[in-house]
Design a protein around this ligand. Structure first.
Ligand code: WQD
Length: 353
């Protein structure tokens, strides 16, 4: 892979980004983080250092600001081997209320990133995509990467547009790209000092459930108990965030293995690729099962009420992770007990406060 040992991570202080940063640092890469701190905290730098013994270089900037981004690449481009792109707004409900906001952040931000990468001859990217791009209402789960896509909300559409943009750039031989489609990464770093730390009340199931377990929120609202599943609640494929972080490392290794170095020491890929991989576990859990699992681990009853369905929810969202195993040699390894324990121990960790 030549001399380049720096990885640039957009939104590397945010949840999955910060966990991914620890994996790369522990594997002897230098990490540069760009993050606008809109839903993350600068203190994540300390936690990353506490885990991996090295503080990443950090630039506070918004990808929509081309010149700020260009300035970072001017400084570091000669050492950057790869970009991992997480930066995106990601609340489905918010995207339905304000599609412009999502197109602006997610698409304009990505176009700027790709332009700057192209200008500075950095030609490898791992993109954080989503299982929300699958035509879930008409497909039989588990979904495979070749299955039909169809989005039901602006958030999902922005992910699909970016996948298509990357595919086009790879066809023009500008880039190699791996898009990882995942959906419900949860739980915490096993050190119990790093986790999702959003700036506002979380809307995802697990953070919400644990806030109820800690009596910070009165009760959970279960969105619908009339789905065609065994216990009538929705099924999702939840996955440990460290499994997701390690999938990014596996994708990076896959891309690095394809690199060659020319006579002027420049890295290039003779045969650019665009690959999409599901990053899932195979094992779905329903909302009712998740409540039960959390109750068992925290040894408390979780108060909840059944409320109306959310308009965008589908009954079952599960994907087939076989391609990731074959292409990237990655598979999820953590168990459900580890998932819940890591998150619960994080929330009760005095060191973190
Ligand atoms: C999980 C299940 C809810 C909260 C995720 C991300 C989103 C996007 C798409 C990546 C569903 C139920 C939840 C609650 C509940 N990310 N639920 N009460 O919808 O699968 O979407 O993937 O692309 O950003 O959030 O995740 O955690 O919101 O919901 O009953 O208070 O829990 O109906 O079945 P979801 P989620």
């Amino acid at each position: 892979m030549g001399q380049k040992k720096k990885i640039l991570i957009t939104w590397g202080l945010w949840y999955i980004g910060s966990h991914t940063a620890t994996v790369f640092i522990e594997n002897w890469y230098d990490v540069i983080i760009v993050d606008n701190l809109s839903n993350s905290h600068e203190s994540a730098l300390e936690w990353i250092k506490a885990i991996s013994w090295k503080t990443p270089k950090f630039y506070e900037l918004d990808l929509r600001n081309y010149s700020d981004l260009d300035a970072v690449f001017e400084k570091h481009a000669s050492d950057i081997a790869l970009v991992i792109h997480f930066a995106a707004k990601k609340a489905v409900w918010e995207s339905c209320q304000d599609p412009f906001l999502y197109y602006d952040h997610n698409i304009l931000g990505t176009i700027n990133l790709l332009k700057v990468m192209n200008k500075h001859h950095i030609n490898q990217i791992i993109f954080s995509s989503s299982a929300t791009v699958y035509d879930a209402e008409n497909l039989l789960p588990p979904f495979s990467e070749t299955d039909k896509t169809k989005t039901t909300n602006p958030y999902g559409t922005t992910k699909l547009v970016i996948e298509n943009l990357l595919r086009d750039m790879v066809m023009q031989k500008w880039f190699s790209a791996v898009a990882l489609r995942y959906f419900n990464p949860i739980w915490a770093h096993p050190s119990h000092i790093l986790w999702e730390n959003p700036k506002w009340v979380p809307t995802n199931l697990l953070p919400f459930l644990l806030k109820v377990a800690k009596w910070e929120i009165e009760k959970l609202s279960v969105f619908g108990d009339d789905y065609e599943t065994e216990d009538w609640t929705c099924i999702r494929d939840y996955i440990h965030v460290m499994d997701v972080a390690e999938a990014h490392y596996a994708a990076a290794k896959y891309l690095f293995d394809r690199i060659e170095i020319n006579e002027t020491s420049e890295m290039y890929t003779a045969d650019p690729v665009f690959e999409i991989c599901n990053i899932w576990t195979w094992y779905g859990k329903s909302v009712a099962e998740m409540i039960w699992i959390v109750e068992t681990i925290v040894d408390k009853e979780i108060p909840y009420e059944i409320v109306a369905r959310r308009p965008w929810d589908v009954a079952i969202s599960l994907a087939n992770p076989l391609k990731a195993k074959q292409l990237l040699n990655w598979e999820a390894t953590r168990t459900v007990v580890q998932w819940v324990e890591d998150a619960w121990l994080y929330l009760n960790n005095e060191k973190r406060k």
